[in-house]
Design a protein around this ligand. Structure first.
Ligand code: SF4
Length: 257
């Protein structure tokens, strides 16, 4: 079985949210979430086995609303002994869920086996657009060794003018132009970027799993509507693409020799 490493893996666990921020680049929230089977399919794949991930980013919506799926991601990583360099979970701080925290604590201990200072981060977004988190929730989070929270006043240059930000004329126009330039590029070249391919070890650059259980080989900050235009492959198609592009790359190398 092929072994796969991934440089950046984004898992959009839900499109539900507890806030309606004026600068939200995803646009309006949607009642759509990943389920446990989608996660099992990714980590227990007939074609390949994930062995390393440099960066796991859990995104949403508000990810903690789908804590069951986050716990399943953690369970799969631990049971498959996958090496993780960085794991980031961003929350708006409106929810505290003890089951999730217990799972993250267990995960922190697992990561410690590979790295004395594990790069697990639970990050609370605080700025002029997010509703401030409740003090009692923040106080509990602050006790965790992997919690990060800093209030940041976002300047125009730090806001991407897409989704709600575009509707509300926030962020500069260049950020919109640049984002959609890349979006068009990625949409028309939605293939796996294989960074290295030695024997049966393949390193792919980016993989995005949307709340609909569909994949893209590129990651970009765009509204859900555009994410749906990029995330077009089901699990089998995603695996086939990786296998086919790996073969193509090897053929190219052979021809050069
Ligand atoms: S910015 Fe985050 S918290 Fe705010 S509406 Fe968007 S997804 Fe929800």
């Amino acid at each position: 079985m092929k072994k796969i490493s991934i440089n950046y893996l984004y898992i959009e666990v839900t499109r539900k949210c507890t806030m309606k921020c004026n600068h939200c680049l995803r646009g309006d929230s949607q009642n759509i979430s990943l389920n446990v089977n989608d996660i099992n399919e990714l980590f227990t794949n007939n074609e390949f086995q994930i062995t390393n991930i440099n960066n796991v980013i859990i995104t949403g919506g508000e990810p903690t609303l789908n804590y069951i799926v986050i716990l399943q991601i953690i369970k799969q990583i631990i049971s498959k002994n996958i090496i993780i360099e960085n794991f980031n979970l961003q929350t708006n701080g409106s929810i505290y869920n003890q089951q999730l925290i217990d799972g993250l604590n267990e995960f922190y201990n697992y990561l410690k086996l590979h790295n004395e200072k594990p790069n697990l981060h639970l990050i609370c977004s605080q700025d002029q657009f997010h509703r401030p988190p409740k003090k009692e929730i923040l106080d509990k989070y602050k006790k965790l060794p992997y919690f990060i929270s800093n209030y940041v006043y976002l300047s125009e240059n730090q806001i991407i003018r897409v989704g709600k930000a575009q509707e509300n004329n926030l962020g500069n126009k260049e950020s919109n132009y640049e984002t959609y330039l890349y979006f068009d590029l990625y949409k028309h070249n939605n293939y796996p970027v294989i960074l290295s391919d030695n024997d049966d070890n393949i390193l792919i650059n980016e993989l995005y799993l949307s709340s609909k259980g569909l994949y893209s080989f590129h990651i970009i900050d765009v509204p859900f509507k555009e994410i749906d235009e990029l995330c077009i492959y089901n699990n089998q198609q995603m695996s086939d693409m990786i296998n086919n592009y790996s073969k193509l790359q090897k053929d190219k190398i052979k021809r050069k020799q």
